[in-house]
Design a protein around this ligand. Structure first.
Ligand code: TYM
Length: 315
């Protein structure tokens, strides 16, 4: 029996190399290993907390589907779908809502960060970990490949599975986060975690000009031989033993090192860009893939939800 893998990305705009190295690349590698039954989805209802513009949402969903295909997710091998197409996710989230307490959700990092910034937090953001638990538990998921920032969310899913099992009897499997340490938190151009909200990203399908602009903006701390922020990004694209000569020969020459980084990112990304533009030329085919994926996902999710409804006594 293959292990069940599930993960998702929010359609909030172009994915960056942090999303890719931290999570999306693992989707492709684990799928190709043949050891996993993979479910990869577009977390549009999670994105709705941030993105409340129908035109942009529609475009981002299609773009993310294209991105998934462009990085090599084979829709014949993986189930690729959109969260909102499988209403069992939100239905199960409601069932979990009745078990999860408010103080418990108040301990979530994302909630605490938002609160510290004094933002008016919507209920969807507060409830984010519960919907994510539903995403994961609905498919009897074994592994969830993610970046470090999602670790706590996977722990919430485990806790919620336990709580449900303790209350109603053994129903849900406890999933494990799969986080690769070397890329758990990919740094951005300013050395902080790469994140759209910090404006420090390098888009995954960036053009050469965009790559050059982003690399030139990498913050360098004058005085050191090796510009740490440049190197941290460089080693994503080339093995460290191959970088050694370049960095040894160019100590303190930040411009030369940045030029080398631009070259290496571009040669890594340009084939992906080309594949992406081919796929993007047939959006109807992409839509069909999502429709088919949703059918597959619904079949599995509805089967599980029916069992849960029976377990809690509403069916
Ligand atoms: P999202 O859309 O914010 O990010 C997608 C994936 O990219 C990872 N990531 C990073 N990894 C390393 N370094 C970084 N700088 C970096 N930035 C982002 C994230 O950890 C994530 O794996 N809540 C999820 C979406 C989601 C989900 C799920 C994931 C909804 N339901 C169920 C797994 C299972 C999110 O916001 O990801």
């Amino acid at each position: 029996m293959k292990k069940i893998l599930l993960s998702g990305v929010k359609p909030t705009g172009r994915p960056h190399i942090g999303n890719y190295f931290g999570a999306m690349k693992q989707f492709v590698e684990l799928l190709s290993s043949g050891d996993y039954d993979c479910h990869i989805f577009i977390a549009d209802y999670h994105a709705l907390n941030l993105l409340q513009n129908a035109t942009e949402m529609r475009q981002n969903i299609l773009d993310l589907a294209i991105d998934y295909l462009a990085i090599g997710l084979d829709p014949h091998k993986a189930t690729l779908f959109k969260q909102s197409d499988v209403s069992a996710h939100t239905e199960l989230a409601w069932i979990f809502d009745t078990l999860v307490t408010m103080p418990y959700l108040m301990r979530a990092h994302a909630y605490k960060d938002a609160e510290a910034k004094n933002r008016e937090i919507n209920v969807g953001t507060f409830n984010y970990p519960v919907l994510m638990a539903a995403d994961i538990l609905l498919y009897d998921t074994d592994v969830v490949p993610v970046g470090q920032d999602q670790k706590q969310h996977v722990e919430y899913a485990r806790d919620i599975a336990q709580k449900f099992n303790n209350t109603f009897g053994n129903t849900f499997k406890e999933p494990e986060a799969l986080i690769i340490e070397s890329v758990a938190t990919v740094p951005g151009t300013d050395g902080r975690k790469m994140s759209k909200s910090y404006g420090n990203t390098i888009p995954l399908f960036a053009s050469r000009d965009e790559i050059a602009k982003a690399v030139m903006s990498i913050v360098t701390d004058s005085g050191s031989d090796i510009p740490a922020n440049v190197y941290a990004i460089h080693k994503l694209f080339k093995p460290e033993n191959e970088l050694k000569d370049t960095y040894d020969a160019n100590k303190g020459k930040y411009k030369v090192l940045k030029d080398a980084l631009i070259e290496d990112i571009d040669s890594y990304i340009s084939p992906l860009r080309e594949i992406r533009s081919d796929i993007a030329s047939d959006t109807e085919a992409v839509r069909q893939i999502l429709i088919h994926g949703a059918e597959m996902a619904r079949e599995r999710a509805n089967g599980k939800l029916n069992k849960v409804k029976n377990t809690i006594g509403v069916a």
